[in-house]
Design a protein around this ligand. Structure first.
Ligand code: BG6
Length: 484
């Protein structure tokens, strides 16, 4: 039911930062899985490029290990693993110098798509883009893929966009937000625009509020030096949560094409009101008996960076005026739960009298784990004894609905890399979108700095700081539980 695999055209994919963590955990294992699924054609080549000196064989060994650990290669046929590895090579390249570029060029073939994945620090994007052009590796049909963080504020994002634009057209630039590659995230569009049922109710007249929660159990240990300069606002809200907000709030695009979708998302970001600082709560996880707290993890005992954010925002347009959106994300929370909940208003009048209570329909879209959707509906409690009402879930789990095929659903990176080869930018962020998202987040971060704001501590394994609960209680609403 799910896996109708259409092979992509032949390609040469160069991964700058090919020995790095992202390549090892996501990009290479993702490619291996697509290879096993039959989507990567015979004439596909993957070339790792990085500073370390090694030959093809040594790189293949590291790739073999990566796909065993993260790509399920231990379950795969040895012949299949070998066939994949045959397509992998390595070139030692100096991003800032001259070394390696000519030999890398010599490895690229004519007549296949060329894609260059910048899995490196953004400070190298400019140098790489420039050399790809000056050494003649890239042409007007080549693609470049860039990872987040795309800047740390509006100014740096604009500079990055300008640098890339010097060498590549916007249609060649693929800015990854891996949330857009998640199956359920794309399902948001299918649910909204593939059904007649929801869209007429999808507005301020019927929706009381929308909650978006991305809760994680992981800490920032091991990536403290990046994270402490970033914090939850830059690391998660500016990109992943805002993308979710866009998909849930945007107007129906006229067609499912890259610019039609991205134009509508951009309008949402531009319609966001500035956030009042009373409507934001920052948190930082404490230590507990078993592990150190945030400040130890980032090796700065005075750090005021947030590992948790909850905020309330408004979209000023005809569809959403008056309906608040509550966003929440954090590390070291009770469980790994990502969910979007659309909470509908109360029925305007209850014919069942006050004793029946008030009931609300909630459509909850679970991004992870156990991807699926639940619609809470009100029914009569079975049995005699009058008309008592009770809420029950109409529950749909993708795993159950799709059966064994659900396991074959590609991970976000797999899908996104294949989209790069296909030349489909729908699930990638356009430059103006990224800038608009920074334009909204920058004043929030600047406000914290100006006021010397210190995040509220919260217990590991909790739902975040108390104040985050108050953010909703004040409005007579409550967060959905982060279930353990
Ligand atoms: C990354 C963030 O972009 O997304 C991480 O930098 C975060 O801090 C991760 O943990 C979450 O992704 P996922 O797919 O595990 O929800």
């Amino acid at each position: 039911m799910v896996s109708r695999v259409i092979p992509v055209d032949g390609f040469d994919l160069v991964i700058f930062g090919g020995t790095g963590d992202l390549a090892r955990r996501k990009i290479l294992p993702g490619l291996f899985r697509r290879f096993c699924a039959g989507q990567m054609p015979e004439d596909a080549r993957i070339i790792g490029a990085a500073r370390s000196e090694m030959d093809d064989a040594a790189f293949r060994d590291t790739v073999a290990e990566a796909i065993r650990e993260f790509g399920g290669a231990h379950r795969a046929d040895k012949a299949q693993v070998d066939a994949f590895l045959e397509r992998v090579g390595y070139e030692h390249v100096d991003a800032m110098g001259e070394t390696g570029w000519e030999t890398l060029k010599g490895r690229l073939r004519d007549g296949v798509i060329r894609a260059f994945y910048f899995s490196v620090a953004p400070s190298l994007f400019g140098a790489l883009a420039e050399r790809l052009r000056s050494f003649g590796l890239a042409d007007d049909d080549s693609r470049v893929v860039v990872e987040k963080p795309f800047g740390k504020d509006l100014e740096t994002a604009k500079k990055l966009n300008a640098t890339l634009a010097e060498h590549f057209d916007e249609t060649q630039i693929y800015r990854i937000d891996h949330y857009l590659g998640k199956e359920t995230v794309q399902n948001l569009m299918a649910v909204r625009f593939g059904n007649m049922l929801f869209e007429p109710l999808w507005n301020a007249q019927y929706v009381d509020h929308i909650q978006i929660t991305v809760a994680e159990t992981v800490s920032v240990a091991g990536r403290g030096s990046y994270y402490d300069k970033s914090g939850a606002m830059r690391d998660m809200v500016q990109n992943h949560l805002m993308q979710l907000l866009c998909l849930i709030a945007m107007e129906p695009p006229a067609r499912f094409s890259p610019d039609a979708v991205r134009d509508e998302k951009l309008k949402v970001i531009r319609a966001l009101d500035p956030v009042d600082h009373h409507q934001i709560v920052r948190g930082q996880y404490d230590a507990d008996d078993t592990q150190p707290g945030y400040r130890t993890h980032v090796d700065d005992l005075r750090s005021t960076t947030e590992s948790f954010v909850a905020l309330k925002c408004h979209i000023s347009n005809w569809r959403w005026a008056g309906t608040p959106f509550y966003l929440r994300t954090g590390k070291m929370l009770r469980s790994r739960t990502s969910e979007i909940a659309v909470v509908f208003k109360d029925a305007p009048h209850s014919i069942f009298g006050p004793e029946a209570g008030t009931h609300r329909n909630v459509l909850s879209i679970r991004l992870q784990p156990n991807e699926g959707m639940t619609l809470g509906v009100t029914i009569k409690e079975p049995g005699p004894g009058g008309m008592r009402l009770v809420d029950v879930p109409l529950d749909m789990s993708f795993a159950e609905a799709l059966g064994p095929d659900a396991e074959e659903v590609p991970d976000a990176y797999e899908r996104l890399i294949m989209d790069v080869i296909r030349g489909n930018q729908t699930l990638f962020m356009r430059g103006d979108e990224v800038e608009a998202a920074w334009a909204w987040t920058d004043p929030i971060i600047a406000g914290w700095k100006r006021r010397g704001d210190v995040p509220k501590p919260y217990d590991p394994g909790s739902s975040g700081p108390e104040d985050a609960l108050m953010l909703m209680h004040r409005d007579g609403r409550k967060w959905r539980e982060i279930k353990s």
